[in-house]
Design a protein. Structure first.
Lengths: 490, 250
């Protein structure tokens, strides 16, 4: 076999991962994706060893529910053929490998800086008819920094190039430097502050599996509940922001205020509106109680009618629909080629959802999830998905809070990661698939921690979506994706 | 039309009538109180992810604290987090809570530059810059202007251009890649102008403090007018901090 197949959160000995020659490694991984919509690359990265750079490629197979992992060692600063020339799924991963290790690619279509900010020649169009618009890194609203360079024909966008990296804090390196668990957990909580539960759950699931600790039902329960609550809160906030960008003030205010009771419930449960401090490896400091379950049921009882009322208004309002329908379209073929994940895949009919394909925590057992799919790939589809996923998540939450398990008192667990292991953890945050990978050395120390936020795949979909749209529709296109800068830049 | 009125009616009164006295729901971790000396303060200090706790004498630095609550869970007799969300000050030292201190964290009016209250007392326009912020403080700063917290009622607003602003609100630990843009933005604000650091990451670097990817020279090169602790900052912490700076808190 050219690869080893493992399940989500099932670590494997480093020695068991086949090491191939680069040509074979490339052929095997690219062929795996060929004509298979049920497979995509969840992570592809390198790490420096004595002999050179060891590359690991992880291809998720939604049909077998496994992840196929293979590796290859190449010399530092070597010149190679790129995977990307054959399949665009690998584009960003190879740009990162190029930037981190100086590996040159002969036929990569666009080997531009990934997180480095330097004087970089943006794509230009030589024409007297066209003009450029530069936006950022600092934007007009209170959002994270990134640079957008548009080439426009009048009001119409011909091309958008996105330059990120302004947020780079060196998180992956800090994961190795800081060796206390509490430090690493805090880092995981700060990868993307809008996806605290998604990323922290990915980290603690990975850490527990790497240390051979089996979490009890109550821990998995609290993580699943928090994951769905986070989805409801952020989707509701996004609906508010989309309404804001199409100048629908009532929707903006109502959805905006509806987010508050959900995040305030996080505070009632764990003392923080964005769930920081809630998810911990081996324990939970703030157990979920039947009283909290009753309280949450009350919150949802008042949330649901107001949410449904404003949703039925928004989705019937001609002036809103005309701004959302056929705006920012990305086709099924395009998302497949880019390799998008999460909502940015499901909006165009591409069925990608880790809750179904690579279940974790209570998914696949207490929560049987069926992904919500749309076909048009426009702002309207992305808005509809949010509304329907909120309804779906509320259903899951209602169901699991009927039976609250017994929680143990928080106790410190001694964690010792196994030596020479490769661990992978996938979760489905509200934005899409999150992937964390770790490698340990002879004595069980971390030698690599690799984080992938869904935004890494999806930024290209945003760039494609705005082509031939008016530049005034860029904000609503951007908001309908709501991608993470810090999750990408790390 | 009638639909719209019905929707509005169903929302009831959402705004918080008095943001200086409002109670926060649940177990909000606000200003900590230290009520005793531990047998071994070093164990306690070692629990903290961001070295916010120092032993002998025991104190907690809110400019470093991530408010994770780990210390209070492990030593509930020694440390409790109260629901007091008024955590902001214009003096860095005031963010350090010592053993036995139960008083509120306040802005020292004597140290506020005179022109701030005179010029910005009834109208303050702010430009926000995220410099490596993880989008949590950014979300909460956006929330300060939603229908519930409604910071605009005080004449305080976030504006799109530094040219229209009276000051800058910085979130995030300040990455190397954002440091030049931050400086450009600050320079574009007309004088006099204020600087507010919002969140633990901005005040001390937080969990990212040791990262070589940061460039915090901006913080050491400029006078900071207000420190707003939190991870992320609570909207009420921010609003009350700014009101305190402007001399408008009761």
């Amino acid at each position: 076999m050219n690869y080893i197949s493992i399940y989500n959160n099932k670590p494997v000995g480093l020695k068991e991962i086949p090491e191939l020659g680069y040509q074979e490694f490339m052929k095997s991984n690219v062929d795996m994706l060929n004509g298979r919509a049920d497979r995509h690359c969840v992570n592809y990265f390198g790490y420096e060893t004595g002999e050179g750079v060891k590359l690991f490629c992880c291809i998720a197979d939604d049909t077998t529910h496994q992840i196929n992992i293979s590796s290859s060692v190449v010399g530092k600063k070597s010149t190679l053929h790129s995977f990307t020339a054959l399949n665009h799924n690998f584009e960003n991963f190879e740009r990162e490998i190029h930037e981190n290790f100086g590996i040159q690619y002969l036929d990569h279509p666009w080997l531009k800086p990934f997180r480095k900010i330097e004087d970089y020649p943006f794509c230009k169009a030589e024409s007297e008819e066209l003009h450029e618009v530069g936006v950022g890194p600092i934007h007009a609203g209170i959002i994270e920094p990134g640079h957008f360079r548009f080439i426009c024909n009048g009001e119409q966008i011909m091309h958008l190039e996105i330059q990120l990296g302004f947020q780079h804090r060196g998180i992956e390196q800090l994961f190795l430097q800081k060796d206390r668990l509490i430090e690493r957990t805090t880092l995981a909580e700060n990868i993307a502050g809008d996806t605290v539960v998604g990323h922290t759950a990915a980290f603690v699931n990975l850490w527990e599996s790497l240390c051979g600790f089996a979490p009890d039902y109550s821990l998995e329960y609290s993580r699943t509940l928090a994951m769905e609550l986070e989805r409801v809160a952020v989707h509701t906030g996004d609906l508010a922001a989309i309404c804001g960008d199409i100048a629908y003030q009532l929707g903006n205010s109502v959805y905006g205020r509806l987010r508050t009771p959900i995040i305030n419930f996080f505070q009632e449960w764990g003392g923080n509106r964005l769930a920081k401090g809630l998810i911990r490896a081996g324990k939970i400091n703030y157990p979920f109680t039947p009283e909290l379950a009753n309280r949450l049921a009350q919150v949802l009882d008042t949330f649901e009618p107001d949410f449904d009322e404003i949703s039925s208004k928004l989705f019937k309002l001609p002036s809103a629909l005309s701004r959302m329908e056929k705006t920012g379209v990305v086709s099924y073929e395009e998302v497949l080629e880019i390799g998008t994940v999460g909502m940015a895949a499901r909006m165009s009919g591409l069925r990608r959802d880790i809750r179904t394909s690579h279940p974790f925590n209570l998914y696949g057992s207490s929560v049987i999830h069926e992904p919500i799919l749309k076909r048009h790939g426009d702002v309207y589809s992305r808005t509809q998905i949010r509304k329907e996923e909120v309804r779906q998540s509320l259903g899951y939450i209602r169901k699991i809070i009927e039976n609250v398990p017994e929680f143990r008192k928080p106790e410190e667990v001694h964690f010792a990661p196994a030596a020479n292991m490769f661990a992978i953890s996938l979760t489905e945050g509200w934005r899409g698939e999150i992937c964390h990978c770790a490698i340990t050395d002879n004595s069980g120390n971390l030698v690599l921690y690799k984080i992938k936020d869904p935004s890494l795949h999806n930024w290209m979909a945003l760039a494609m979506s705005v082509r031939n749209n008016e530049i005034s529709d860029f904000p609503v296109c951007n908001k309908s994706f709501n991608l993470s800068y810090s999750g990408h830049d790390l | 039309m009638l639909d719209n009125l019905r929707i509005m009616w169903h929302q009831g009164k959402q705004f918080i009538p008095d943001v200086t006295t409002a109670k926060v729901p649940g177990i909000f971790r606000g200003r900590p109180v230290i009520s005793g000396t531990p047998a071994d303060g070093l164990i306690l200090a070692d629990l903290c992810p961001t070295k916010a706790i120092s032993a002998n004498p025991l104190c907690i630095d809110l400019g470093r604290c991530t408010f994770c609550g780990e210390c209070a869970v492990r030593f509930p007799d020694l440390i409790t987090f109260t629901q007091d969300y008024k955590l902001s000050s214009n003096e860095r030292e005031r963010l350090i809570i010592k053993e036995g201190e139960e008083g509120p964290v306040l802005v020292n009016p004597d140290k506020v530059r005179k022109e701030i209250r005179r010029i910005f007392g009834s109208s303050l326009k702010l430009r926000q810059v995220s410099a490596g912020g993880d989008n949590s403080c950014e979300l909460e700063l956006n929330a300060t202007n939603n229908v519930q917290f409604d910071i605009s009622r005080f004449g305080i607003d976030f504006v799109a251009s530094p040219r229209h602003a009276d000051g800058i609100v910085i979130t995030g630990p300040i990455t190397r890649n954002m440091a030049p843009s931050l400086e450009i933005c600050y320079n574009a604000i007309p004088n006099p102008k204020i600087i507010i650091l919002a969140g633990t990451d901005a005040i001390s670097g937080g969990i990212f403090e040791d990262s070589p990817e940061l460039d915090r020279s901006f913080v050491s090169n400029h006078h900071i007018d207000l420190y707003v602790p939190g991870n992320p900052v609570h909207p009420l912490t921010f609003i009350n901090g700014v009101l305190g700076l402007l001399g408008r808190s009761r």
